[in-house]
Design a protein. Structure first.
Length: 250
């Protein structure tokens, strides 16, 4: 039997894009999945849209907490409700390629990997490609990742049996970085599949503010979560910033 993949999707006020994200899951050539959508008490029609999909497909589940949850908390809530051997991650404004799960599950099984990731393409708010592909940079261990946060969340697949209990950071901006660090810190490496696995949507709303928050949250991961010293944090941050600028320019 094909192993179950638990798709982890947090959302908040995502009515504009979430249907496209869900449709990309429904279009998957690999069908043994559950989609766990935790809505952080959206103020728009997000929950209404998701509930319509839940009625159409029993593999789609909406989780509505008692109080507002940020994206990190919502992601963790979906993980806690998951039943699959594998976790895959999809944000509510991104889109998977149709054979993403099929190729990646086979890659995980064939190589007995705990953590894999792949390439992704950038699209604009309207879903049009901007002609930029972010490619993997080989096997990534903990030290390499600290200096280059190159792993696209929507490309990740994790074997939940192999990573065991996780310490999910609940930082609203960079919870995925914190999660990958908490896994790789224990010796797990991320292995690349050289395929474009998803389309990452770059939105224009508050871009400068978002970049500042992202940089601040990276520093927070270094200093608070990973408890790194000031000079090591500074060296890693300079490397991170260099690769971040390089990624945007190429």
């Amino acid at each position: 039997m094909n192993p179950l993949v638990s798709i982890i999707m947090p959302c908040y006020n995502a009515e504009r894009y979430i249907a496209q994200s869900i449709e990309s899951v429904l279009a998957q050539t690999y069908q043994e999945w559950e989609l766990l959508i935790t809505d952080g008490l959206s103020k728009d029609n997000t929950a209404v849209i998701v509930n319509e999909y839940c009625k159409k497909d029993s593999r789609i589940h909406i989780i509505i907490p008692d109080q507002h949850q940020n994206i990190a908390e919502a992601r963790y809530t979906s993980i806690k409700h998951s039943k699959g051997k594998y976790w895959a991650f999809l944000d509510s404004d991104d889109i998977w390629v149709k054979d993403k799960l099929e190729k990646q599950v086979a890659f995980m099984i064939d190589n007995d990997y705990a953590f894999t990731y792949g390439n992704y393409q950038i699209i604009d708010p309207k879903g049009v490609s901007v002609g930029k592909t972010i490619c993997n940079e080989g096997i990534v261990d903990y030290d390499k990742y600290l200096k280059n946060t190159l792993i696209g969340c929507g490309s990740v697949m994790i074997d939940s049996d192999k990573v065991g209990d996780i310490a999910m950071p609940l930082d609203d901006v960079n919870d995925d970085m914190g999660l990958w660090c908490s896994i790789m810190r224990n010796g797990v490496k991320a292995y690349p599949i050289d395929e474009v696995l998803y389309y990452y949507r770059v939105r224009n709303d508050g871009a400068s503010s978002h970049r500042f928050k992202m940089m601040k949250s990276v520093w927070k991961v270094y200093r608070k979560q990973e408890q790194m010293g000031f000079w090591k944090s500074t060296a890693c941050f300079i490397s991170y910033a260099y690769h971040a600028v390089k990624k945007r320019l190429l």
